[in-house]
Ligand binder design. Structure first.
Ligand code: HEM
Length: 414
């Protein structure tokens, strides 16, 4: 393995300009794996420095294994699109070496390689394609109105939990086949797991719940994704019970990205009132506004891959077994691709963001995430609600997802 010529240092970050772009000296790149940086700091100056000076950078092992950091849009795209060289099966998130292998390895959709990945994806794809999402539109709209009305009746409202989180959970639970009567308790448990930054599989109530649902669907299959996972085959074999449960949890866990995009979108529009007004006056801007919200929020902070063969990138030699980490918010501020990357601009066209990844592992929930955003923001800008920021926001302390986990607002029906 070739070690990058840029040493990790403990130097404090140098002064930055207003956009966070300029940074002199070698900054403390090891901070990229410090959750505090995402909760109370700003990682963008570090990424901007890396894009310019060390776009393929080896970060030595700490409690995390050593890994290559990639920060440029073009490099990240190339790695995503070469899944034969860059495997997902050993995990797609950085995790401490002491935690051992990811329990979902080779079992969940996100953590499988070809050919099994394609077979599993085919089993699920029909629940998330354009046709399926169009059929869900009525459910999504009713759910949006339900959560907004419920939140507007409360004295205080946290948009993150009362609106975005609740909505995201309701929609995926509906697709999986979780009865409406159980949505509230499932939401409570997933919220507890997200707040503790622990995996959903470590929450015993969630595991028990899905095992129970699975046995009910074994006896009486219905038209839902749990039944499809139970009765479908991959490579001629049925999935095991643990595979079904892990894939359900993976789908629920993946919606944390969706909720953070909804929260971040509301926050961005509230913090840029001119853009809100512009959108309210010209609904045709909604599609480009949604793409800009995804670029701006980039809620998936990183994807990790493991090299399966030697690969040379910008003069650095990545060896088989090396971890490679793709920093998505950095790609989505790459000045080689986006003009004024630090400006939130709902008219931005084209917008070649890669917040949803590219290639074989392109987000399966992309159409659903876009539909949820379209319905929620169209309801918010149609004048039926009055919404204002109402207190300090709190950001997520994590290196896996980033964004706002608490967004107090004053929400009232007009
Ligand atoms: C704006 C919101 C969202 C963002 C930014 C986002 C981002 C991503 C990214 C970056 C990946 C690639 C991960 C990797 O391979 O390393 C991914 C994959 C995935 N996403 Fe999303 N996601 C969003 C919403 C959703 C929703 C609502 C669902 C629920 C269905 C979902 C389910 C998944 C699944 C199951 C995968 C794995 C796909 C595969 O490996 O074939 N995502 N997402």
């Amino acid at each position: 393995m070739t070690i990058s010529t840029i040493p990790a240092t403990t130097t404090e970050p140098a002064e930055t300009d207003a956009s966070g772009r300029a940074m002199a000296g070698t900054p403390p790149l090891s901070r990229l794996t410090d959750p505090d940086l995402y909760a109370s700091g700003d990682p963008h100056p570090l990424w901007a420095w890396m894009r310019a000076e060390a776009p393929v950078h080896w970060q030595p092992a700490t409690e995390l294994p050593g890994f290559w950091s990639l920060t440029r849009h073009a490099d990240i795209r190339a790695v995503y699109q070469d899944s034969a060289t860059f495997s997902s099966a050993q995990g797609v998130l950085l995790r401490p070496a002491a935690a051992g292998p990811d329990p979902g390895g080779n079992l969940t959709l996100a953590l499988t390689d070809a050919p099994r990945h394609k077979q599993l994806r085919t089993l699920m794809a029909g629940w998330f394609n354009t046709r399926a999402v169009r059929a869900l539109e009525g459910y999504v709209r009713a759910s949006v109105r339900g959560v907004l009305d419920r939140a507007a009746e409360q004295d205080t409202c946290d948009f993150a939990t009362d609106v975005a989180g609740r909505l995201s959970l309701m929609v995926i639970a509906h697709i999986l086949g979780v009865p409406e009567a159980d949505h509230d308790k499932l939401y409570r448990w997933t919220d507890e797991a997200f707040a503790a930054h622990s995996s959903l599989v470590s929450h015993p109530d969630i595991v028990d719940y899905f095992m129970d649902l699975l046995y009910r669907r074994m006896e009486e299959p219905t038209d839902d994704l749990v039944s499809a996972l139970l009765h479908g085959t991959v490579g001629g074999d049925l999935l095991t019970e643990i595979e079904v449960v892990l894939n359900c949890e993976n789908l629920i866990g993946a919606t944390e990205n969706g909720r953070l995009a909804l929260i971040g979108g509301a926050q961005a529009l509230l913090e840029h009132p001119q853009q809100w007004q512009r959108l309210a006056h010209d609904r045709a801007l909604l599609p480009s506004a949604i793409e800009e919200i995804m670029r701006w929020t980039s809620s998936a902070t990183h994807s990790a891959r493991t090299a399966t063969r030697p690969y040379e990138l910008r003069g650095q030699r990545i060896a088989p077994g090396d971890k490679v980490v793709l920093w998505l918010p950095s790609a989505n501020r790459d000045e080689d691709v986006f003009s004024d990357p630090y400006e939130f601009d709902i008219t931005r066209t084209p917008n070649r963001h890669i917040a949803l990844a590219v290639g074989e592992h392109f987000c399966i929930g992309a159409t659903l995430a876009r539909a949820q955003m379209r319905v929620l923001f169209s309801e918010l800008i149609n004048g039926a609600y009055d919404i204002k920021l109402d207190g300090p926001v709190r950001r997520v302390s994590s290196i896996a997802v980033n964004g706002t986990e608490s967004l107090p607002v004053r929400l009232r029906a007009r």
